[in-house]
Ligand binder design. Structure first.
Ligand SMILES: C[S@@+](CC[C@H](N)C(=O)[O-])C[C@H]1O[C@@H](n2cnc3c(N)ncnc32)[C@H](O)[C@@H]1O
Length: 438
């Protein structure tokens, strides 16, 4: 890729400017997903890619910025440099990046797009030329040793991982600093995995089945050999397929819904797991969500996947309270709890910049409130699956142990427990409880 325009004709310089501003929004506490949702469709893919990479390479890019600008530059310049430097670092990773002169030229042009960086053209030019020599030395010269973990995590986060995973904490961070592959879930109401894989192949898209994660068989997961826009996926708008990490696909497999069962998805938005449950069985579904804006995404997903019916209710409500409940107990409950999201950093590299240590305690309290209320709504002999996308045991195993200690009638069934991030799976936690009598 040496052309300075992206395939969607957004000049690289403009994409750098927008990505640098998106990084700035994250630094002031906004979620990157929210910021990217505000972009024009043609801007989003390239800006997402640049801003994700800037966050993933944060530690490494800031070592280089410090090396060449001893006094911290203003934030706007720092963010622009971090986006541009990540472009150099990615070229090292896959050999398919932009040419060095293109990165320098486009980053210098990007300075002109924003009044707070206009003055810094000379500085950006000088720094990036020096960076290019360090990261792309002439043949025969020694390459600057890459930082073992290029990604930023706050000290309390790193300490937590070291405490709980003394031998594997670095491999967790390595796995999360990589670009996550695009994984699909085939809508089995429309196609089998084999059928859909053949459709992909006819469209020139190479994929492979993900047969299992943590010993749980997956029937609908396909990993693409390289990502494509969803608009290129056959039948996407007719509901043939969804984008969903393979680790997230365990939820429906473990809960194994059956037609006619009454199921509660207690924390449903954006509806990935609700949809998967409905793709497997014609159950009576209550999809509950506290956040009104996110709730509309559940409906949107069910619309696209053609899964709405008079048996499906999408409700706004607080799962830690019973105010929304009609009093009819559920056969099965999926409790995909609000959590730190520390397991999904590969897909959301802004998370380590946004979380605070105190969040973990308050999330624990929320999770307990929802666990307690959900248990009251479960039928005797019913199943409740507790899920988080966290790697912190405070939100996973410690919560499951606490819950079982509170409820003599909570029988723990087989479930993977903590799943650490791999090439095809984010980090998740799964505990399955059966209600033994009242
Ligand atoms: C991990 S996400 C759920 C992801 C979803 N299950 C999926 O697979 O697409 C957790 C969700 O819980 C919602 N939430 C947080 N507190 C809640 C509460 N007290 N009651 C219901 N939903 C809540 C959040 O707004 C968020 O959308």
């Amino acid at each position: 890729m040496t052309d300075k325009k992206t395939s969607l004709s957004l000049p690289l310089s403009e994409a750098i400017t927008i990505a640098a501003q998106a990084v700035g929004e994250v630094m002031s506490g906004r979620s990157l997903t929210e910021v990217l949702d505000e972009l024009e469709p043609h801007e989003r893919p390239i800006v997402q890619s640049l801003s994700f990479d800037a966050l993933r390479k944060w530690v490494r890019s800031h070592e280089l910025i410090k090396q060449f600008i001893p006094k911290n530059p203003p934030p706007e310049v720092d963010h622009l440099l971090s986006v541009a430097i990540a472009l150099f670092l990615n070229e090292n990773a896959d050999g398919k990046g932009y040419a060095a002169h293109t990165i320098v030229d486009q980053a210098v042009s990007a300075c002109d797009n924003y009044d707070k960086t206009m003055y810094a053209k000379g500085l950006v030019n000088a720094v990036l030329r020096k960076v290019s020599l360090v990261v792309q030395p002439a043949d025969g010269e020694t390459r600057f040793a890459p930082d073992p973990i290029p990604m930023f995590v706050p000290p309390w986060w790193r300490a937590n991982l070291k405490r709980h995973y003394s031998k594997t904490w670095q491999s967790i961070l390595f796995a999360q600093a990589k670009r996550a592959p695009l994984i699909l879930r085939v809508n089995q109401k429309q196609y089998s995995r084999d059928q859909y894989q053949a459709l992909l192949s006819e469209s020139g898209i190479t994929s492979a089945p993900v047969e299992e994660v943590a010993g749980v068989k997956l029937a609908a997961a396909l990993v693409l050999s390289s990502p494509v826009p969803v608009s290129d996926l056959p039948g996407f708008y007719a509901g043939a397929v969804s984008v969903q990490d393979a680790g997230a696909q365990l939820a429906a497999a473990l809960l194994s819904p059956q037609s006619g069962e009454r199921v509660l998805d207690a924390c449903a938005a954006p509806g990935g797991k609700t949809a998967h449950l409905l793709e497997l069985a014609n159950c009576e579904m209550v999809a509950l969500e506290l956040d009104g804006e996110r709730l509309s995404k559940v409906s949107g997903n069910l619309d696209r996947l053609r899964l709405h019916s008079d048996k499906v209710q999408v409700l706004r409500g607080d799962a830690s309270k019973a105010t929304w409940w009609d009093g009819r107990p559920f056969d099965k409950i999926l409790l995909d709890a609000p959590c730190s999201a520390s397991g999904i950093v590969a897909r959301h590299p802004d998370i380590p910049f946004l979380r605070r240590e105190a969040d973990i305690k308050s999330l624990q309290q929320k999770q307990r409130g929802i666990l307690e209320q959900a248990w009251k709504m479960l039928k005797p002999e019913g199943l409740m699956l507790y899920v988080t996308c966290s790697v912190f045991p405070e939100e996973g195993e410690e919560q499951a142990i606490w819950f079982a200690a509170q409820h003599g009638n909570a029988l723990r069934l087989g479930a993977p427990g903590q799943i650490l991030p791999t090439d095809v799976s984010d980090g998740f936690y799964y505990a399955l409880f059966k209600k033994n009598g009242q």
